[in-house]
Design a protein around this ligand. Structure first.
Ligand SMILES: C[S@@+](CC[C@H](N)C(=O)[O-])C[C@H]1O[C@@H](n2cnc3c(N)ncnc32)[C@H](O)[C@@H]1O
Length: 202
């Protein structure tokens, strides 16, 4: 990680929610609506828990974990959310541990993007939900963002929506996209049978 995430917790705790347009947060809440009470949700690369907080506000019955590599970000997670120091590429959770995984503006920061995607599928139960908020590196704002992150020494592994959808489909997700300018959502449900996998790979 080239950005000093451990020192950015205060900034993200204060302003992090501004990254998410209302339509995206509404979509997140709708996508998780079908989860039974007590379901387990992982906010991966969740930082200060912006998404975790939005999920808990809408559904206080859900058990939400924020996993992030930076303790300084996790120090700010909202009450009722469990922080776990972890790298997305090697998660300390059992297979099928979660009913839903959410990843907001974090996927492109993971140096081992392929490993992280496999880990997401591994820790998701069959039928588990996935919701990703990302940026398309092809429109001008996305190109500038990718450039700025590369200059900051970040992995900047931005995938266009259709390419992320293909990667997720290969893991067994039925994927749908919502694209609005350079922002997009990729969301869906895991069906390992559809991918021909009987159990998740590590
Ligand atoms: C732009 S912040 C987004 C945080 C949060 N999802 C939000 O929306 O506010 C990116 C986060 O990814 C985390 N991160 C970067 N590389 C990581 C990795 N390999 N594993 C886990 N977290 C990582 C950083 O520590 C940081 O908290």
């Amino acid at each position: 990680m080239a950005l000093p995430w451990d020192r950015l917790g205060g900034l993200f705790a204060r302003y992090g929610h501004r990254v998410y347009p209302d339509w995206a947060l509404r979509h997140l809440v709708q996508h998780l609506e079908a989860l039974p009470p007590g379901s387990r949700v992982l906010d991966l690369g969740g930082g200060t828990g912006v998404l975790a907080g939005a999920v808990r506000s809408a559904r206080p019955d859900l058990r939400v974990v924020v996993a992030d590599a930076a303790r300084g970000m996790l120090a700010h997670v909202p009450p009722g959310v469990r922080p776990v120091v972890a790298r997305a590429e090697a998660l300390p959770f059992e297979e099928g541990a979660f009913d839903a995984v959410v990843v907001g503006e974090a996927l492109h920061h993971f140096a081992g993007l392929e490993a992280a995607l496999s880990e997401i599928a591994r820790v998701s139960r069959e039928g588990g939900r996935l919701w990703v908020y990302e940026f398309d590196p092809r429109p001008l704002p996305g190109r500038l963002l990718a450039l700025a992150e590369r200059l900051a020494g970040e992995p900047a592994r931005f995938l266009p929506p259709d390419r992320l959808a293909d990667r997720l489909a290969a893991l067994g997700y039925t994927v749908r996209l919502v694209v609005r300018g350079f922002r997009y959502l990729a969301y869906g449900v895991l069906s390992r049978k559809a991918s021909g996998r009987s159990s998740p790979s590590r």
